[in-house]
Design a protein around this ligand. Structure first.
Ligand SMILES: *Cc1c(COP(=O)(O)O)cnc(C)c1O
Length: 473
């Protein structure tokens, strides 16, 4: 493809991209293809000679789009959002065009210095105290892994890096039973083993029980273990529980453990002061992660990781072979030493574009709209006799279930709600996911798409009622 063709195709694609956002609402939210269906449409051998772009793009539309689940659809209420926005996509286009690898300061000073500045903006926006330095990781999973590795090294005085972890170290990690699976995955990858992870039970509010955390810590210390880290969650994935940072922080201090805060989804809400209650005690945190790629209109991937003591992270990760040595080393930030990968995308650009385009007030307004819509939906659900709000909205996530009179058997209710969920999702009109609360199968409803308005939530709710009442019983 020469530059003249590139220019022509790029113009056409930009039009396609704008049309897509304008019409995404008319597409089925969740792809309806069967496993293997897309792969079957694709030739099993690569082409020996180049093909014209027109043909490649036509195949994209014909063969791939049916297999796309439309995350930017206004009726996407599943999981947590991975929302996006026009300024973010524009930045991503520039990022791709520049094709930088921001692994070292020298390999793109603007990449590093914009990252430092944009993350300090974000720190101020969400009300984190001064003294946290930020880095962009690809995902919250990576940030949590980095925190566990740094905690492991700090506890072993950086010896585990050299000799590996041994069973004799008896390092233990604590998190709530409702925390994200990425915590256990990180514990495994860090070589500590799942058995050294304590899943602390949650109370009725979905938050880690502080008394149970204190007991677990004391029991382990009495048995000769070394607690190295507590991972507290703000906004658990299942039903949005919020762990108490002040109490967890105090316990960490008492036992010499680090505190990592996973606020992957909920942290964005802290840009609005009325939602900052969740941050009480955050001054105790050593590490804090929030994903602008979930709820802050920044397209995937962009995970903001704030750390108290960057030197501990650098000491955990830094290896300087000759081919990566630069004259500035030690005087500048080389972000590759703050995480796992060497190569790093220029992700700060989209964060910067988004913050500047919307302004903090504009971003707050969107978050407030989402939270307000979830509250209105909960009220509407509570007004119906045959539905039940199981978890009242905390921010923009709530859980509900269909509970018609005459069905009391828990297994029958689970089965009914599971069928309801499949009926809803198969319709293509909206997309929802499930979780379990105290053993019961419930449907999660999370409002968070950039363009979701009241009418989308209202339409979803009337469709849910209609579908539930029409289910064969
Ligand atoms: C989404 C989520 C994660 C995982 O996020 P990734 O960025 O995809 O790794 C971790 N923790 C919580 C609480 C989440 O909501």
């Amino acid at each position: 493809m020469d530059i003249a063709q590139y220019r022509r195709h790029a113009h056409r694609l930009v039009d396609w991209m704008a049309d897509y956002l304008e019409t995404v609402e008319s597409r089925p939210v969740r792809s309806a293809v069967a496993p293997g269906e897309i792969e079957e449409r694709l030739p099993d051998r690569p082409p020996e000679t180049g093909e014209p772009f027109e043909r490649i793009f036509a195949d994209f539309e014909r063969d791939l789009l049916p297999g796309v689940t439309h995350w930017q659809h206004p009726s996407f209420f599943a999981y947590f959002p991975a929302n996006s926005s026009p300024p973010s996509v524009l930045a991503e286009m520039l990022t791709a065009a520049l094709g930088l690898n921001c692994m070292l300061w020298q390999t793109s000073p603007a990449g590093t210095e914009l990252e430092t500045r944009a993350l300090d903006w974000l720190r101020q926006m969400i009300g984190l105290p001064e003294g946290f330095a930020g880095v962009i990781q690809d995902t919250a999973s990576s940030a949590t892994l980095c925190a566990i590795l740094a905690a492991r090294e700090r506890a072993t005085e950086f010896a585990a890096n050299r000799r590996g972890v041994s069973g004799e170290d008896r390092l233990t990690v604590y998190t709530s039973a409702e925390s994200h699976s990425s915590v256990e995955k990180a514990v495994r990858i860090a070589g500590l083993g799942s058995e050294s992870l304590r899943a602390v039970p949650v109370g009725a509010d979905g938050a880690m029980r502080c008394d149970a955390l204190a007991e677990a810590l004391e029991r382990d210390v009495a048995a000769g273990a070394r607690p190295i880290l507590v991972v507290a969650t703000l906004g658990t994935t299942g039903a949005s529980g919020f762990d108490r940072l002040d109490v967890a922080g105090e316990l960490c201090r008492r036992h010499g453990a680090m505190l990592h805060v996973d606020a992957a989804w909920a942290g964005t809400a802290a840009i609005a002061p009325e939602f900052r209650w969740m941050l009480e005690g955050v001054e105790h945190a050593d590490s804090f992660v929030v994903n602008p790629h979930k709820w802050m209109m920044v397209n995937f991937d962009c995970s903001a990781h704030f750390v108290r003591d960057p030197a501990a992270f650098v000491r955990t990760f830094e290896i300087v072979p000759e081919y990566l040595r630069t004259a500035e080393h030690g005087r500048v930030i080389d972000y590759r030493d703050w995480g796992i990968a060497l190569g790093r995308r220029f992700r700060a650009l989209k964060l910067w574009f988004v913050i500047r385009s919307y302004g903090v007030e504009g971003l707050r307004a969107i978050v407030r709209r989402h939270v307000g819509l979830a509250g209105e939906l909960a009220e509407a659900i509570a007004r119906e006799d045959d539905f039940e709000v199981v978890v009242a909205p905390r921010l923009a996530l709530l859980c509900f279930r269909y509970r018609p009179s005459g069905i009391d058997d828990p297994a029958a209710l689970d089965e009914l709600n599971e069928r309801l969920l499949h009926t809803l999702n198969d319709s293509g009109r909206l997309y929802l996911t499930q979780t379990r609360v105290a053993g019961a199968y419930v449907i999660r409803f999370c409002v968070g798409q950039t363009v979701t308005e009241r009418r989308h939530v209202e339409t979803a709710w009337s469709f849910i009622r209609e579908a539930a009442r029409g289910l064969p019983r």
